[in-house]
Design a protein around this ligand. Sequence first.
Ligand code: 26W
Length: 836
Amino acid sequence: MSPFKDLSQSTPKAALFNLAPLPMDTDGIAADFQRYYAHTLGRDRDCKSAYYPYKALAIVLRDRLMERWKRTRQAHDEANCKRTYYLSLEFLMGRSLSNAMLNLGVTDEVRQALYDLGVVYEELESAEMDAGLGNGGLGRLAACFLDSCATLQLPVKGYGLRYEYGMFRQLIDDGRQLEEPDHWLRDGNPWELERPEYTQRIPFGGRSEMYTDDAGRMHHRWVDTHDVLAVPYDIPIPGYRNQTINTLRLWSAAATDEFDLGEFNAGSYPESVAAKNSAEHITMVLYPNDASENGKELRLRQQFFLACASLKDVMREWIRLHGRDFSGFADKNCFQLNDTHPAVSVPELMRQLMDEQRLDWDEAWAITTKTMAYTNHTLLPEALERWPVRLFEQLLPRVLEIIYEINARFLSEVAARWPGDQERQRRMSLIEEGGEPQVRMAYLAIVGSFSVNGVAALHSELLKQGLFRDWYELWPGKFNNKTNGVTPRRWLAMCNPGLRDLLDEAIDPRWVNDLKHLEALAPKADDAEFRARWDAIKRDNKQRLADLVSATCRVDFPLDFMFDVQVKRIHEYKRQLLNILHVIHLYTRIKRGDTDVGAPRCVLIGGKAAPGYEMAKLIIKLTNNVAKVVNADPEVSEFLRVAFVPDYRVSIMEVLAPGTDLSEQVSTAGKEASGTGNMKFMMNGAVTIGTLDGANIEIREQVGDENFFLFGHTAEEVEEMRRRYDPNAIINNDPALLEVMGLLEAGHFNQFEGGILDPIIQGIRSPHDPWLTAADFDSYRRAQLLAAETYHDRDRWLRMSVLNTAHSGYFSSDRTIGEYNDDIWHLDPVAPLPAS
Ligand code: 26W
């Protein structure tokens, strides 16, 4: 029998829930830790694993989150407040332990308690697996946003998928990437709370039919479906020291009993039990592609599964609090779509309102278009989602009918506005005609939303002028910009304790909640004593970075070298290749005895390649091959070291950002929507070398031209240049680049691997190279030289470093979320009820 049916005969007294608040002091925490470690987990002195002390501490903190969590939920219910739901296929949460300690305000107490018990905190911290339920920027942004919403006490709930396997683990073998599954839930997840009582049924397949109800009204229904259960798991999202705990609800797929047994006859019992698998496969694994869609059926299943389960969950809550009157629904609910991945929510909300709640089309459409808001995260055409109509027909027949109806009504609006403009109707249709008709998910998201935003100023402008031009002409008021941000809790207070302590002492300690206070650092850049302390902290952080590189790459990074870091997904547009070409250039100079290259430097590159992206994988191989040659040459390694850090992820960035001197943000202008790693580095006092792309532009505006190493063509110049791009002429006219290409072409970095780098060489030399790598080489080389010379001038560099942190306040995700709330969500903050 199902454990969540209401079968209990007992009626618990209020006393059951009347608990004294848990102690937050060292002794109280130590006592609980001991009890969980010895009694709950049953460990004794023979246990040598760091995992169990981690788990015991996680339970200690979870208890303390739990009591505040309930009070937050009750406060939201009682306030009858408007709420926002952040719908995302990815939440890249990383580790939760230190973040829970920091936000609960018990970091010192926990450390003291563990110290008293002889437990080393750092060991226990590293026993936690990263929750890697995302690819990169978009998924980590969702995680930063949840932190800010809780800190601002906004009633925002995240909805996502509980993938059994997160982002693959990257191993490097002979310089090449190998992928290994990330079974992150293997040892259990102390941060989640299963909520089987809120399970939802998700339909797939079947067909759509019409019927007449008792009142003689016609309706549609979706029948003969194969249903899958969606079981929610809740994760607490603590605000910073404010008693608020918001919720991230992740859905896990499970088979219904009838799914396997009803479908098949008694003769095929094993097959029918096996069919259970196909239901559970839906949330088995995160798709590891960022920036190229692959059109797999399972991915569309994931998208609908998230949309349908989340919308049903919101409906259930609405009906619990307001009954079946939907007239106030749009005033109290908002759905923020994280890219087009959950865009099937538009027709699915229509379906639930019409087919399940019996609203008519106009009522349902008014609600949908007043509640949906869409964020775009990329301009790359290959990343724009399109689903074959045929797939929709098989998997979601009733949803497809609704998409057709939305399209028909929309196109008649276009026809009315631009009579006779057939070409425009064809361009704007939600259905792309051609060999295989496709549903254009971005257009579906725009039609169904009242707000469409990009993630940095340039990106939002380019959307209006390019990709969404027709749409901007039709509905200019829908379009807006929300420049990304990152949470200063994780990305400064938690990952950089040295700097945190200095800031607490030097400026208003409320900086953690209001990052604008960092501005007060600016005058201190001129204070020599302050700079010396800044230098000492950076040095400690460089030591931590060097320890990580030594342990994972077997390369030594001397602390007095400039630490030059580029970490992000490997993609041609991000131009890790440009970075490597520059490394090769430095190598050629040093080899020739021309060692006047400014400060010696350690170049670190890290990031995962999508498993099917051969060029990205080759760039990893090239990096490792160059590293091998450079590091093995004693003449060179006096001035230059190179390493590729394997399995780049959130917990690695927590070590890299604080220890970095120079932040590489070198994408082809117009291609990187925003970037968020750039902000993490800046906050931690790194200076950026970058193009005028994404949020780099705003970073430079904030910090000032003189504290930023700018290079490269602008987005406009890039578009202009494409038509007459001649990389071979550029190479022939640039002795430095010619020499680099010469070494590559001579096989200097693939001596016993003949020809393997040819695709890279051909790419650089191709007049059709979309990333214009050769075009930016010379200005990149000059900017790098200036950076290295500047680094030599310790005072100058430290001043720049301080000013970068000082002017990074704008890039707090608290500012970003404040803008989402002011312009799109319009939520009132709600404080949790006081502890009884
Ligand atoms: C359909 C496959 C797919 C999967 C993920 C296509 C596209 C994506 C994302 C849009 C990729 C992504 O993470 N984009 C990044 O989003 C960040 C947060 O806004 C930005 O800072 C980055 O510039 C952008 O590349």
